[in-house]
Design a protein around this ligand. Sequence first.
Ligand code: PEP
Ligand code: MN
Length: 356
Amino acid sequence: MDKSSDIDKLKREVDKIDEELVGKLAERKNLTERVQKLKREGGLPAIDREREKQIIERLKKLFGGEIDDALITKLYSAILSDSTRSGRTKERVSSAKNILEALQTNPIIIAGPCSIESGEQIDRTAAQLSNYGIKFLRGGAFKPRTSPESFQGIGEEGLKYIRAAADKYDMFVVTEAMCSSHLDKYYDYLDVVQIGSRNMASYGFLKEVGKATAEDGKPVLLKRGFHSTLQELVYAANYILEYGNPNVMLCLRGIRTFEQIDSKMRNTPDLASILELKEATNLKVIFDPSHSTGDSKYVEAVSKAALLLGADGLIVETHYSPKDSISDKEQCVFPETVERIYNFAVDYNDFAKSLY
Ligand code: PEP
Ligand code: MN
């Protein structure tokens, strides 16, 4: 009898401490949100791994005797990730809003090299493109090459270069994520998440993309599998849409048909599919004249045809010096070609408007 009333008394004390603990956690969160806000205003990174380590080490030193080290690490990993995540979510939502606003332009022109090769290469290409009014800078850091012997991209270093160039020239980064670990590690480098043709049917990955982008609505550029039907492309988009991100753009990039027996083109440009996709979905349709033809001499004509057929935009492989491209140099154009295509689109829009 006595014992149970003692237990009850102690339990009530425990309850009180729990209330105080969670109350203190709320106070802590409030303070860390203020820190995150100041970091955002100062353009500083949201996460400081060194500081996180110091916090945990300090607590272990102070309380290690009474509380298990592993428990301190576990508890604080959860608390620290909660405070940086809540700051980051707000930051991400507002940055996704800016990207979506920029995507309202007609046409959407995405240009840049096949692969990011160096800081100089992406900076020089971006400088020229931005001068012509281009807002979306492409470039692969991780390249899905058919042969493992081919150049695979320069990885995170490349993402840093393209991010720096885009920030410098007030552009947005369009780059491919090849797997969910890229989404985890590099999310903030990407303004538009490109899914490559070879990954269009990786349904597990598409679900990861849907989950990762659901919260902030970051746009996704989904490329058609070069062996996929239009229905399969639409289904693949649905995998992402189902998680609640409505901002999926479909990219036609050429398909492999029997023409490739004797056609010199890398693929058959799936131009007429623009008409069908525009009818079948409300999603934006982007055409890729580079991979669909594989030859720089056709890029301008096919781009114009795509725009006349109603494409919402283009993604064009561009290099300040195409002959020096490490990958896909045969299909790469000078920034001046993109300027001509862009001017054509603007003139055509004016003409189309004058008809109504
Ligand atoms: C690309 O655009 O960088 C690319 C690799 O294209 P695709 O996935 O269409 O082959
Ligand atoms: Mn390429």
